[in-house]
Each structure stands twice: as structure tokens, then as C-alpha cells.
Design a protein around this ligand. Structure first.
Ligand code: HXC
Ligand code: NAP
Length: 270
């Protein structure tokens, strides 16, 4: 069987798509010829990413700078994307914030910043995109995290937020399925060379210990997550909705493991 993935007649929107995992996702769609729009807060990151998307072969590439905490800015930019590129075939929502901190030490605003970016941001993106989704046929992916189903010390804000993200995925998969819209989450594992990995690096030998704990014997790469998104947005996944796809080399099977304890130890000794 020959499988070819062609997004040359597809419009793909990647929110938070200007660095790390999400940028790799946007670039993967660009390589397959899609029209791609990206957004995040910093205009220079947006501009740099748009240039890269064009260089990689995107049919059209454009971007916007806004904060996902601002619902009206999100809705307005998504309307602009639709006006420029047409209805969305694929929407990836991945803007997120994280830092290790004990619940007792975090201010209310510290909790709120993560909940507002990760959870309310997802809601703003889903609501803002809804009028512009291709019906039938659109595929939405929310980028989640292992914190959604595994508790880690120092991660109570992200655990709460990402669990909410996955429940939005499941609920809206039911509500929007009748319109031919699929909604899934993708959970990256520990993905090397990313901001998320850097922020949760507890100790110099963390990479060796992650590899030792991972059944597939390596850390993840941004391309691993991008490939999962290409699959979920392709016709091959046409009957898959409401799922949380974990892309972590199997490490989740071992549970929370040492990471939370390591992070707690790091903060206590800081
Ligand atoms: C305690 C902290 C803190 C820290 C910030 N705060 N950092 N509290 N420990 N390390 C508090 C601040 O004091 C403030 O509270 C509140 O949080 C908001 O901080 P600001 O800096 O004003 O917020 P803002 O500029 O909006 O930035 C949001 C942010 C920031 C989340 C704090 O880190 C950010 O922009 N992150 C985006 C990039 C990112 O995090 N990428 C990694 C994603 S990885 P007060 O009370 O003082 O006002 C991920 C999962 C990875 O999501 C999973 C791997 C397995
Ligand atoms: P990253 O490079 O920091 O990516 C986050 C993106 O979101 C950036 O483009 C960032 O750009 C944007 N963003 C952040 N806050 C925003 C806001 N308030 N409004 C608009 N855009 C905002 O981090 P990453 O590690 O690649 O993580 C990407 C996604 O994967 C996240 O959803 C994260 O939870 C998930 N994840 C990562 C890992 C990992 O190992 N790295 C593991 C599990 C899950 P600006 O800062 O310019 O706004």
C-alpha cells in the first residue's frame, strides 16, 4: 500500500505555532504544501516563522501576534485568517505556559496565568475558530501534556489546566461530530530541545534518566509530534475523534515516575 500525505489544498491554523513543538507542526504542514497561518504573542517570532513556512513550501503563509488570553483578539485574528485563506481544514491549538512551583508558594495570579493561557486560551481558540471550520471535514487538535492524567509535584496549575483541555476535546468531539468536525488531543512526551523540556529539567542527568525510563529508549523529537498531527489531520484518521493520542515512546505506562519528585527536590535546594 502506498500512503501519500498531501495538504496542498488544505488550510491549517496553528495557534502558538512560532516555536518548539507547535512550530515543528506548522512546518510539517508547510512541507506538505498547505496554506498555513500561525500566531503567538511576539511579532518577531511570528515573522520569522512565516518566512520559514514560505521557504519550506507552504502555498500561503501568514501570521498574527496576539495573546490567547484576549478572547476578542483571538476571534478577530481568526476571522482575518479565514478572510485570507478560506475556511479551516485543520486547527492546532497549542499555546501554553509552564514553570515549576509549589502550590503553597504560587500566588493566585501565578495559577491564573497558566489556567488562562492553557485552558481559557484553548476555549478562546475553539470558540473563535468555530464559525470558520470546514463542515464537514475539519480536524482540530489540542496540544495537551502528560500532566492532564499524571500528577507531578510543582505542576498543579498545568495538571488542572491540561486535564481541562482534554475534557474540552472529548466534549466538543461529541457536540461538533454531527457537523463533521473531529476533535482530538495530542500529548507530547518529554520532547528534547524545547522550552517545556528546558523548564522541567531537574538535574544534569535528566535526559539519561528519561531515556532509561522510556520503553522505546530515546527522548522525543518535535518531528514525532508533528507526524502524529499529520496523521490525525489526514483522511487516514477520518473516523477518529475524541481521542487523546499520547506520543511519548511509552513512558506514560510507568506513571508519573521520578519527574515530580525531582522537580520538588530542585526547588527545595534552589
Ligand atoms: C512562581 C511564577 C513563576 C515561577 C511566573 N510566576 N513565573 N510564580 N514561580 N517560576 C508568577 C508571577 O510572579 C506572576 O504572579 C504570574 O506568575 C504571572 O507571571 P508573568 O510573568 O506576569 O506572566 P506572563 O508575562 O503572562 O507570562 C506567562 C508565564 C511565562 C506562563 C509566567 O512563563 C510564559 O510566558 N510562558 C510561555 C512559554 C512556556 O512556558 N513554554 C513552555 C510550555 S511547556 P504575581 O502574583 O507576581 O503577579 C508546557 C508543558 C510541558 O506547557 C510538559 C513537559 C512534560
Ligand atoms: P514553547 O516553545 O514555549 O511553545 C509555546 C508557544 O505558545 C510559543 O509559540 C509561544 O510564543 C506561544 N504562547 C505562549 N503563551 C502564549 C499566549 N499567552 N498567547 C499566545 N501565544 C502564546 O513550548 P513547547 O515546549 O514547544 O510546548 C508546546 C506545546 O507542547 C505546549 O502546549 C506544551 O504544553 C506542550 N507540551 C510540551 C512538552 C515538551 O516536552 N516540550 C511536553 C508535553 C506537552 P510566544 O511566547 O511568542 O507567545
Amino acid at each position: 500500500m502506498t500512503i501519500s500525505i498531501d495538504f496542498s489544498d488544505k488550510t491549517v491554523v496553528v495557534i502558538g505555532g512560532t516555536s518548539g513543538i507547535n512550530r515543528a507542526i506548522a512546518e510539517a504542514f508547510a512541507r506538505h504544501g498547505a496554506s498555513v497561518a500561525v500566531a503567538s504573542r511576539r511579532q518577531e517570532k511570528v515573522d520569522d516563522t512565516v518566512q520559514s513556512l514560505k521557504n519550506l513550501g507552504a502555498k500561503h503563509a501568514l501570521g498574527a501576534a496576539f495573546d490567547v488570553r484576549d478572547a476578542s483578539a483571538v476571534a478577530s485574528a481568526l476571522a482575518d485568517f479565514q478572510a485570507a485563506l478560506g475556511d479551516f481544514d485543520n486547527l492546532i491549538s497549542g499555546a501554553a505556559g509552564n514553570f515549576p512551583a509549589f502550590g503553597a508558594d504560587m500566588s493566585i495570579n501565578a495559577y491564573k496565568s497558566v489556567i488562562d493561557i492553557d485552558l481559557m486560551g484553548t476555549i478562546h481558540v475553539m470558540k473563535g475558530a468555530y464559525p470558520h471550520l470546514k463542515r464537514p471535514g475539519a480536524s482540530i487538535i489540542n496540544i495537551s501534556a502528560p500532566q492532564a492524567y499524571l500528577p507531578y509535584e510543582t505542576q498543579s496549575h498545568v495538571c488542572a489546566a491540561k486535564a481541562g483541555v482534554d475534557q474540552i476535546t472529548r466534549t466538543l468531539a461529541m457536540e461538533w461530530g454531527a457537523e463533521g468536525v473531529r476533535v482530538n488531543s495530542v500529548v507530547p512526551g518529554m520532547i528534547e530541545d524545547t522550552e517545556g523540556f528546558r523548564r522541567l529539567t531537574a538535574g544534569p542527568d535528566i535526559i539519561e534518566r528519561v531515556i532509561a525510563a522510556t520503553p522505546l529508549g530515546r527522548t522525543g523529537k518535535t518531528q514525532d509530534v508533528a507526524d502524529a498531527c499529520l496523521f490525525l489531520c489526514s483522511d487516514l484518521a477520518g473516523f477518529i475523534s475524541g481521542q487523546v493520542m499520547v506520543v511519548d515512546g511509552g513512558v506514560y505506562l510507568r506513571g508519573s515516575g521520578q519527574l515530580g519528585q525531582d522537580l520538588a527536590g530542585m526547588l527545595k535546594s534552589a
